[in-house]
Ligand binder design. Structure first.
Ligand SMILES: Nc1ncnc2c1ncn2[C@@H]1O[C@H](COP(=O)(O)OP(=O)(O)OP(=O)(O)O)[C@@H](O)[C@H]1O
Ligand SMILES: [Mg+2]
Length: 1084
C-alpha cells in the first residue's frame, strides 16, 4: 500500500455513528413512529444523505440530481469495509454482497423495489458499476465488465420510455445474473427480460412518449442513414409518436443515439445486425402511417383498403416483404379450422387492429431478440462452477389514471416481490426468534399473500379467469370477463367492483362500471377492463406472421418462426398472462436460492424535482413498503445474531479465559466472554444456537475492542517473533563460533602432528632403506640362483616334455591328418573297388575308372595284379592234361603268332594229337606193333611229290624219338627219321598247311631228301615236333617261316615258292613243279 493510500485510509474515520445526521440506521431511531421515521428521512434527505439503513436493508431516496457520492474515491472508501463502519451507502451494500459472494461462496441477489421513478434502475447501475470497480482487473476481465455495463444503454433505449412518473421508466422487467469465478473475477452474465409494455408502441397515454429509440433514431441518425431507412427527421410525420411530449427536458436524444450505437458495438453487434435492428425499428414506425379506408363490396359489407400505398411500398422495400402479400394480409384474414381454410375480409377497424398488432409484435419480438443477442455476447465462456450475483430491476408499482392489463401485470409482479421480501425478512426473522427460543413480542405486519392468491390462484385467480375467458368458445368480450370476475371474486377482501353481485360497492361512484379495483399492498388500483382479453390473447393474424416469415430479411424472418407454413401449429400459444405468471414463478424460485440484499427505493416527490420532499407521498410509500414494521421487527428483536462458534472464534481474544483456547461448549464460552466484557444484560440474549445482540452499537463496541486487541496481539506476536528471531540468530552465531574454533584447533593439531609424523617417517625410512637394501642384495642373489636353476630345469623339462609331447603337437597334425585322410581314402577306394570288381574272366577288359589322380599308378598296378591273379586263378583250375594242352598252345603262340597267317585259326582248335586211332583200328595193327613208343601225333598228311608236286596221303606219326611216315592204306612204314636228324621245319607265312621237314645231311633218312608235307593241323604238328625235339635232344628245332625256302631233293635243291591269289582250285592250295629248281604253291 502506498503512503498516500495509507493516509487516505487513516483520514476516513467516519462511522455510522460519527457525524450522524438524524440516525443512519432506523433501528437506532428514538422514538419510533411514522412521523419520526419520515422526519429522519427528510432531515437526512435535506442534507443530501439519500441512503438510510434498516438493519441491512438500504432505503434509497431519489435525489433527482447528481450527487458527488459515486466517485472512484468513494468506491475506494467503501471497499472492503464493514457494513456498519461508514455512513449508509448503496456501495456498502454492494461491497457486503460482493465480499460474501467472493469469500463465503454464497450466491447473492440484489432486490431493488420501489415505485416507478423511485430510482431502481439507477440503483442497479450503481451496484453494477461498484462491483465492476472492485472486482478483478485485466484485459479480458475488463472486456467482460465493459460488455456487461454497456448492455444497459442498449436495453434502456429499446425498453425504456418517458412516462408521467419517470422520464426514463423501464417498460420491461429485467433480471441480470452476473457470474464470477472463484477469485471473484466476472466471467459474464445472463439477462432475463419480463413482459415489455408493447401497447406503448402504438399508443401512449397523454404526456408520455413511445420508446426512446424512435426519438433517438430520428434525432441522432445522419441524413444518410435516415434516407437509407426511408425515415424523415420530423416526429410529427409519424402517427405512432405522441406529439405532446416528444421532447424531454434534459434528455439529448441525438447524443443518446450515438451512445446506443457505440454500446451496441462494444457489446458485439455486427454492423449488419445493427442495420437490421434499425430497419425493423423504422418499419414499425412506418407501419403506424398506413391508413385504411372502407370500400363497399357487393355483399353490402365494407372492406378495408389501404389509403396511400406509398408507405406500404417503402416498408416492403425496407424489409424485403412482397408488397402484395402484406397488402392482402391487411385486407383478408384466413382462418383455418379442421383442414379448411376460410378467408374473410377485414373491415377498417380490423385492419387497424391487425396493423397495430403487427407493429407491437414486431417491436416486442425485436426486443426479446436483442436480449438474446446480448446474452450471446456476455455469456460466460467457461464451464467452471460460477458464483452468481443477481440484480433485479423490475418496473415499479404503478398507479395511473387509466390502468390496464400492463399495470395489472406490473403490479402483480411487485406483489410477488413484496411477498418474497416478507418471507425472507419479516417472517423469517420472527420465525428464527421462535426457533431460537428468544422471547418475542409479535409485530403485526400485512402479509400480501392473499393478494397474490387473488391474482394467481390456479382456479379462482384473476389470471386464471382471464385465460378461461380467452379460451372459451362463443363471444368473449372484456365485459364477459368482468362478469366472470364479479361472480368468482365478489367476496374477496381485496377485490372491488360495481357490478359485483355482492352489493358492497354499488354506491361507490368513484368506481366506473367497466372497472374493477384491487387493493394492492401498495394501494388501491382501479383497472379498466377494456383490452384485457385482447392483450392477454396477444393475437396476431396468421396471414401477417406468414407474410413476415416470407420477408427477405433474415432478422424479421427469425422473429416470426411460427409464420413458417411447414411448422403450422393450430394450438393456441400460451396467453401473455400465463407466460408472465410462469416466468415470475421461476424468478421467485431463483431468488429464494440466493442470499437477498434489499434496496428499497423511495420517490420523494411526483415532480421529478430535486430538493422536494413530499411528506404525504413518502409516508404512503413507507406504509406500503412496510418499512416501519421492518424497523420494529429489527428492534423488537436484535440487530445482530451469530452462531456461537463463529462468535466465540471472532471475539475470544477479548477475554483471558477464552484466549487462546476455550475447551467447553461455545455457548458457555460466549457467556464467559460477555460477562467479562461487562456488556449490559439487556443488550444481548442467548438463543439455542445463536447469540442475539440487540443493538448494533454493542456490536461496534465488540468490533472496536477486537480491533484494539488484535493490534495488541499483533504487537505481541511481533515481539515474540523478534525475540525468537534474535535468539535464533544468536544461537546460530554461537554455534558457528564453536564450529570455527573447533575447526581451527583441529587444523593446528593436524599441522603439528603431520610435522612429527613426517620426521619420524624420514628417520624410519633411512633405516628401513638400509635394511631393505641389504635384504635386497641377498634376495637378489638368491633370486638369481633360483632363476638359474629354474632356467636350467625349465629347459630340461622343456626338452623332455617337447620330446614326449611332440607327437601330440600340432606340427605333426598335418601329416597325421594327411595320413589319416589318405588311409581313409585308400580304405574307401579299396572298399569301393571291392564292390566294383570286374568278373574273374581273364579276357574281361573292364576295369573301374580311377577315382583319384594320385592313385593313377596304384590303379594301374592293381589292375595288373588283379589280372595276373585272376589268370593264375584261372590256371589253377586246369588239370595236368589241360595244362599240357595249354603249354602246347602257348608254345604255338610263341612260335607262330604274328608270323604265320594260319595260326589264328588254330587257336580255337584243341590239339588232339592222335587223330588216327591206331591202336583201335585193326588195319594199323602192324603199324602199331612196329612202333612201341608212345605216339604223340597220329595223323593223315599229304606228302607232296617232289617230282610233280602231287600229293599222296600218308600217316604221319610222331613218337618220343622219331618221326614216322606210313602208308595210309597198308600202314607200312615208309620212312622213319629220329628226331635228332630233323634240323629244320620250314613253312610259308600264309594260310596254307604246307611244311617242309629238313633232315640232317648225311643221315640215314636223308637219302631221299627232305619231306614236303601238307596238313590241316600244321600248327599243332609243328609245335609238338618242336617240343618233342626239345625234350629229347635238348635242342631248339629251327622253324623257318618264309614264302620261299629250299628243300633238298636227293641232290637237288628245289625252291618252294608260295604265290598268293590263285583261285583255280577253290580254297585248296595247289602245288606245281615249275622246273628243276622251283616248286610253286598257289595259296588262295
Ligand atoms: N441516485 C440517483 N442520483 C441522481 N439521480 C437519480 C438517482 N436515482 C434516480 N435518479 C433520477 O431518477 C430518475 C428515475 O430513476 P429510475 O429510472 O432509476 O427509476 P425506476 O425506479 O427505475 O423507475 P421505473 O420503475 O419507471 O423504471 C432517473 O432518470 C434519474 O434522473
Ligand atoms: Mg427503471
Amino acid at each position: 500500500m502506498g503512503n498516500e493510500e495509507k493516509m487516505a485510509k487513516m483520514e476516513v474515520k467516519t462511522s455510522l455513528l460519527d457525524n450522524m445526521i438524524g440516525v443512519g440506521d432506523m433501528v437506532l431511531l428514538e422514538p419510533l413512529n411514522e412521523d419520526s421515521f419520515i422526519n429522519n428521512l427528510k432531515k437526512r434527505f435535506d442534507h443530501s444523505e439519500v441512503y438510510t439503513y434498516i438493519g441491512s436493508v438500504v432505503i434509497s431516496i431519489n435525489p433527482y440530481r447528481s450527487l458527488p457520492i459515486y466517485t472512484p474515491e468513494k468506491v475506494e472508501e467503501y471497499r472492503n469495509r464493514n457494513f456498519y463502519e461508514l455512513s449508509p451507502h448503496i456501495f456498502a451494500l454492494s461491497d457486503e454482497a460482493y465480499r460474501s459472494l467472493r469469500d463465503q461462496d454464497k450466491d447473492q441477489c440484489i432486490l431493488i423495489t420501489g415505485e416507478s421513478g423511485a430510482g431502481k434502475t439507477e440503483a442497479s447501475k450503481l451496484v453494477m458499476s461498484y462491483v465492476a470497480a472492485v472486482c478483478g482487473k485485466g484485459a479480458e476481465v475488463n472486456q467482460v465488465k465493459e460488455q456487461l455495463l454497456q448492455s444497459n444503454p442498449v436495453l434502456e433505449a429499446f425498453g425504456n420510455a418517458k412516462t408521467v412518473r419517470n422520464d426514463n421508466s423501464s417498460r420491461f422487467g429485467k433480471y441480470m445474473d452476473i457470474e464470477f469465478d472463484f477469485k471473484g473475477d466476472p466471467l459474464g452474465g445472463v439477462i432475463s427480460n419480463y413482459l415489455l409494455e408493447k401497447s406503448r408502441v402504438v399508443k401512449q397515454p397523454r404526456g408520455e412518449r413511445n420508446f426512446h429509440i424512435f426519438y433517438q433514431i430520428l434525432s441522432g441518425a445522419s441524413e444518410d442513414f435516415l434516407c437509407k431507412l426511408k425515415l424523415e427527421r420530423d416526429f410529427s410525420r409519424y402517427n405512432y409518436l405522441g406529439l405532446d411530449s416528444a421532447k424531454v427536458n434534459g434528455v439529448d436524444d441525438a447524443a443518446n443515439f450515438r451512445t446506443v450505437r457505440n454500446a451496441m458495438q462494444i457489446v458485439g453487434f455486427m454492423d449488419h445486425e445493427t442495420q437490421s435492428v434499425f430497419e425493423v425499428v423504422a418499419a414499425v414506425l412506418k407501419l403506424g402511417n398506413i391508413e385504411f379506408k372502407p370500400e363497399s363490396r357487393v355483399n353490402g359489407l365494407d372492406e378495408s383498403k389501404i389509403k396511400d400505398k406509398n408507405e406500404l411500398k417503402e416498408i416492403c422495400e425496407l424489409t424485403g416483404i412482397d408488397q402484395s402479400v402484406l397488402e392482402r394480409a391487411f385486407s383478408f384474414r384466413t382462418v383455418e379450422a379442421k383442414q379448411e381454410k376460410v378467408s374473410t375480409t377485414l373491415n377498417v377497424a380490423q385492419a387497424y387492429y391487425a396493423r397495430d398488432a403487427l407493429a407491437k409484435n414486431l417491436y416486442s419480438r425485436l426486443f426479446s431478440w436483442l436480449v438474446t443477442r446480448i446474452n450471446e455476447s456476455i455469456k460466460a465462456q467457461t464451464k467452471v462452477r460460477k458464483k452468481v450475483m443477481g440484480v433485479l430491476d423490475i418496473y415499479g408499482f404503478e398507479i395511473f389514471e387509466d390502468n390496464s392489463f400492463e399495470q395489472f401485470i406490473i403490479n402483480y409482479c411487485n406483489e410477488k416481490l413484496q411477498q418474497i421480501f416478507i418471507e425472507l425478512t419479516l417472517k423469517e426473522e420472527q420465525e428464527e426468534y421462535i426457533r431460537e427460543g428468544i422471547e418475542w413480542t409479535h409485530i403485526e405486519y400485512f402479509n400480501n399473500a392473499i393478494i397474490c392468491d387473488l391474482i394467481e390462484n390456479n382456479q379462482t385467480g384473476i389470471l386464471a379467469m382471464l385465460d378461461e375467458e380467452c379460451l372459451r368458445p362463443g363471444t368473449v368480450t372484456d365485459d364477459t370477463f368482468l362478469e366472470k370476475l364479479n361472480q368468482v371474486c365478489a367476496t374477496h377482501q381485496h377485490f372491488e367492483s360495481r357490478m359485483s353481485k355482492c352489493s358492497r360497492f354499488l354506491n361507490d361512484t368513484s368506481l366506473p362500471h367497466s372497472c374493477f379495483r384491487i387493493q394492492h399492498y401498495a394501494g388501491k388500483v382501479m383497472y379498466q377492463v377494456e383490452g384485457f382479453v385482447d392483450k392477454n390473447n396477444d393475437l396476431l393474424y396468421r396471414d401477417l406472421s406468414q407474410a413476415m416469415w416470407k420477408a427477405n430479411h433474415s432478422l424479421i424472418k427469425a422473429l416470426f418462426p411460427e409464420g413458417n407454413p411447414a411448422k403450422i401449429n393450430l394450438k393456441r400459444p400460451p396467453t401473455a398472462g400465463s407466460q408472465f405468471k410462469a416466468s415470475v414463478a421461476t424468478l421467485m424460485k431463483n431468488l429464494q436460492t440466493k442470499n437477498p440484499n434489499y434496496i428499497r427505493c423511495i420517490k420523494p416527490n411526483d415532480k421529478k424535482a430535486a430538493h422536494v420532499f413530499n411528506d404525504a407521498l413518502v409516508c404512503h410509500q413507507i406504509r406500503y413498503l412496510g418499512l416501519l414494521e421492518n424497523v420494529r421487527v429489527r428492534r423488537a428483536g436484535y440487530a445482530f445474531r451469530q452462531a456461537y462458534e463463529p462468535c466465540l472464534e471472532r471475539y475470544k481474544m477479548l477475554c483471558k479465559q477464552t484466549w487462546p483456547h476455550w475447551r467447553g461448549p461455545a455457548r458457555a464460552g460466549v457467556e464467559v466472554l460477555f460477562n467479562e466484557l461487562e456488556i449490559p444484560e439487556e443488550e444481548f440474549s442467548f438463543g439455542r444456537s445463536k447469540i442475539f445482540i440487540r443493538n448494533p452499537r454493542t456490536l461496534f463496541k465488540l468490533e472496536d475492542l477486537r480491533k484494539q486487541r488484535l493490534e495488541d496481539l499483533a504487537t505481541l506476536i511481533e515481539k515474540i517473533y523478534r525475540g525468537w528471531k534474535c535468539r535464533t540468530h544468536f544461537l546460530l552465531m554461537k554455534k558457528s563460533q564453536i564450529v570455527i574454533a573447533s575447526w581451527y584447533r583441529r587444523y593446528a593439531q593436524q599441522k603439528k602432528y603431520q610435522k612429527i609424523k613426517s620426521s619420524a617417517i624420514i628417520v624410519q625410512s633411512y633405516i628401513r632403506g638400509w635394511k631393505a637394501r641389504k635384504l635386497l642384495r641377498e634376495l637378489k642373489h638368491q633370486k638369481r640362483c633360483n632363476e638359474a636353476a629354474t632356467v636350467i630345469a625349465a629347459y630340461w623339462h622343456g626338452t623332455q616334455v617337447r620330446r614326449e609331447y611332440r607327437k601330440f603337437f600340432r606340427a605333426n597334425a598335418g601329416r597325421k591328418i594327411y595320413e589319416f585322410t589318405l588311409q581313409r581314402l585308400m580304405q574307401k577306394y579299396f572298399l569301393e573297388m571291392k564292390n566294383k570288381m570286374p568278373s574273374l574272366s581273364p579276357i574281361d577288359k573292364n576295369w573301374p575308372a580311377r577315382p583319384y589322380l594320385f592313385l593313377d599308378s596304384t590303379h594301374k598296378e592293381l589292375k595288373r595284379i588283379f589280372h595276373l591273379w585272376r589268370c593264375k586263378k584261372y590256371r589253377d583250375q586246369f588239370t595236368d592234361q589241360q595244362k599240357l594242352i595249354y603249354e602246347e598252345k602257348l608254345e604255338a603262340s610263341e612260335l607262330f603268332k604274328d608270323k604265320k597267317a594260319l595260326y589264328p585259326a588254330s587257336v580255337g582248335q584243341p590239339f588232339q594229337g592222335a587223330y588216327l586211332e591206331i591202336s583201335k583200328n585193326p588195319k594199323y595193327k602192324k603199324l602199331k606193333d612196329a612202333v612201341d613208343e608212345k605216339i604223340i601225333i597220329a595223323e593223315v598228311v599229304n606228302k607232296i611229290n617232289r617230282a610233280n608236286g602231287k600229293a599222296t596221303s600218308r600217316i604221319f606219326l610222331l613218337t618220343k624219338n622219331n618221326v614216322l611216315l606210313a602208308d595210309q592204306k597198308s600202314g607200312n612204314i615208309k620212312s622213319e627219321v629220329p628226331l635228332g636228324d630233323v634240323t629244320k621245319v620250314s613253312m610259308s607265312s600264309q594260310n596254307d598247311g604246307f611244311f617242309a621237314v629238313h633232315l640232317k645231311e648225311g643221315s640215314g633218312a636223308a637219302g631221299k631228301g627232305d619231306f614236303l608235307l601238307s596238313s590241316d593241323h600244321l600248327i599243332e604238328m609243328a609245335t609238338k615236333l618242336y617240343r618233342t625235339t626239345l625234350s629229347q635232344t635238348k635242342q631248339k628245332l629251327n622253324i623257318e617261316i618264309s614264302d620261299e625256302f629250299l628243300v633238298q631233293f636227293r641232290q637237288d635243291k628245289v625252291c618252294v615258292k608260295f604265290i598268293q591269289g590263285s583261285q583255280k582250285n577253290g580254297n585248296i592250295p595247289t602245288c606245281k613243279r615249275k622246273n628243276n629248281r622251283l616248286l610253286e604253291v598257289a595259296v588262295p
